[in-house]
Each structure stands twice: as C-alpha cells, then as structure tokens.
Write a protein that binds this ligand. Structure first.
Ligand code: ZN
Length: 319
C-alpha cells in the first residue's frame, strides 16, 4: 500500500472514556477557570453544531458514544484492525485516559502502538511522573496542550521537567493555537508557539513537535523553526482551520512552505484520529500523499515525512 511507504501516524488519540483529547469538552474541564454550568451547556451545543458541519464536509459517520465505553482490550484490538486494514505500520497515541491506562493499551500491541505521557506539567512531581511513564510504563513521548495550561510554557518552574525529557531522550508534542471545536479556546496568552523559543534554545537536544502546522500561528512556527533546529511540525488532522485564516491557504500551501523552509526531515505525518466508528482517518493520509506527489517531492522526502522521522524521534530503529 501507499507505494511501499512505511506509514507511521505520529499523532492520534486512544478514544477511551474520560480521555482528554481535542474533543473540546474535555479540554474545557482541563483548562483553568472552568466556565459556569449554563455557559458550558451553551458552548457544548455550539461545538456540537460545528462538529456536525465538519462531519458532513468529510462524510464522516457520527461518533458512537458507546464505543469509548468498550473495554480497553476491545478498543486496542479495534485499533490494531484499523492499522491492518489501511496498511499503517505504527500509530502514536498522544492521549488515552491517563498514563497508566494508555500504557496498558500500548502493551497489548507494543510493536504497533506508541504512547505519549500526558499529565499536567505544572503538577508537583511532573518530572518524576514522566520518568515513571517512560522507564516503567514504556511510553515514548510527552504530550502537552499549551493553551490549556495554567501558566506559560517558558516558566522556569518547568525546567526540571525539560531536564527529565532531555535525559530520557523522548520527543515532546506541544499543541499551540486554537483548541477544541467551535466554542473552544481561540486565544490566550499561553497559545503562541513563539513562547517555546527560549526553552528550545536552552534544551537543544530535545525534539519538540508542534502539531497542525501551528494552526493560526503558521508564521510564528515557521520563524521558530528557523531559530531552533530542534523544532519540527506535524501535519495532523483535517487542517480545516485554514478556512478561518484571513487569506487563502490550503493543505498544499502548508506542505510546500514547510518543505521549502523547514525541510522534509522536520515534517511528520499525523492523522489526529480518535473516535469510532471513523477509526483511522484515511482521507487525511490520502490527501497529504496526493499533495506531496503532485509537488513531485522526492521519494526520500515522502519516506521521512510519512514514517522515517517518527521512527527517528521515537528511537525505534528501522522498520
Ligand atoms: Zn490531537
């Protein structure tokens, strides 16, 4: 499949009950200053309208609310079947019901699943929890949602965590830009990837990955990548946020711009897949491969973008 590319999805979510993902609702529970109950109801309705329109545009099925309630083993096996169905080598789950739960899911199919630790970086003991997650639970990265944090990503209090990341040699996936569906967070003082620059300079061996091409901060992310060679981007999700940019911008534009500047060794394919019955979002992969092929990118660039870079960052050796 896929012209013999070995596909690794760097960024998906394991859709188990109670997971904090990009669904929007969980995000607001996670954010500081939870809105009042009526406000939350209103925003949930707005988000639901937004998601319904998005599913219509992509012809996605409606999420099955009971799917996330299935036993972890059932969900893990269902995901494995998705990977086999579409010829995907490996998948990285950025979240999945907390570190212990996700580790159990990954342990069920360790040759195909990769898990990220995901816990509040400002919580006491966050660095120790990361060490436990990587050394004991065998997770291979750290996922952070910057706009949902209590404070900015460049606070000195986070440096012990960065030191742990540096020693462990795992990549960090840090979401910046708008978060959630319609009614989600569009802006706050923590959501700009530019805030990562000092951290990335102070820890030049840590590999930072900013998902979704930086969303509305495309420019800031490009310049961050210019300043710091240890910052990469992922292509994950529908990238429908381009519709809200004040100028014409397409998936093809994004891939071309990042390819020409940042280079193929710092672009990672991701699908941001999560819920069933949709499962693996094959359309996003097809669209991205089509865009790269139409640009006549060399085969080696495709090998890097769609799998090789993820293997390198996760230190998994050749597949
Ligand atoms: Zn995601």
């Amino acid at each position: 499949m896929f012209q013999d590319l070995h596909i690794v999805d760097f960024h998906a979510h394991f859709p188990i009950k109670g997971d904090v993902s990009t669904s929007g609702v969980g995000v607001r529970q996670y954010a500081a200053g939870t809105p009042a109950a009526e406000q939350a109801v209103y925003m949930r309705a707005q988000a639901e309208r937004y998601r319904a329109a998005w599913r219509l545009a992509w012809d996605f099925p409606e999420p099955d609310p009971e799917a996330a309630e299935q036993p972890l083993e059932t969900l893990a096996d269902r995901w494995l079947a998705e990977l086999d169905r579409y010829g995907i080598d490996r998948i990285g789950f950025a979240t999945g019901g907390g570190n212990d739960t996700l580790a159990r899911a990954v342990a069920r199919h360790p040759d195909r699943f990769i898990g990220f630790a995901h816990h509040n970086p400002f919580a006491p003991g966050a660095a120790d929890e990361l060490r436990r997650a990587v050394t004991e639970l065998k997770l291979r990265g750290l996922k952070i949602l910057a706009p949902a944090l209590e404070r900015r990503i460049d606070e000195r209090s986070l440096y012990p965590l960065w030191e742990a990341v540096e020693a462990l040699g795992v990549p960090i996936l840090i979401h910046f830009g708008m978060l959630g569906a319609g009614g989600g967070i569009s802006w706050n003082e923590r959501d700009n990837p530019g805030a990562l620059e000092q951290v990335a300079r102070d820890f030049p061996t840590i590999q930072f990955v900013v998902p979704h091409f930086g969303i509305q901060y495309v420019k800031e992310l490009l310049f961050l990548c210019w300043a710091c060679e240890n910052v990469s981007v992922d292509t994950s999700g529908s990238n429908q946020w381009v519709r809200w940019m004040p100028y014409s911008l397409t998936l093809d534009d994004l891939i071309r711009k990042f390819y020409e500047t940042v280079g193929p060794e710092r672009i990672l394919f991701g699908s941001d897949s999560s819920w069933f019955p949709r499962g693996f979002s094959i359309r996003y992969l097809q669209d991205q491969i089509r865009a790269c092929r139409f640009m006549n990118l060399p085969d080696e660039a495709l090998r890097q973008i769609f799998g090789g870079n993820a293997i390198r960052l996760f230190r998994l050796g050749g597949t």
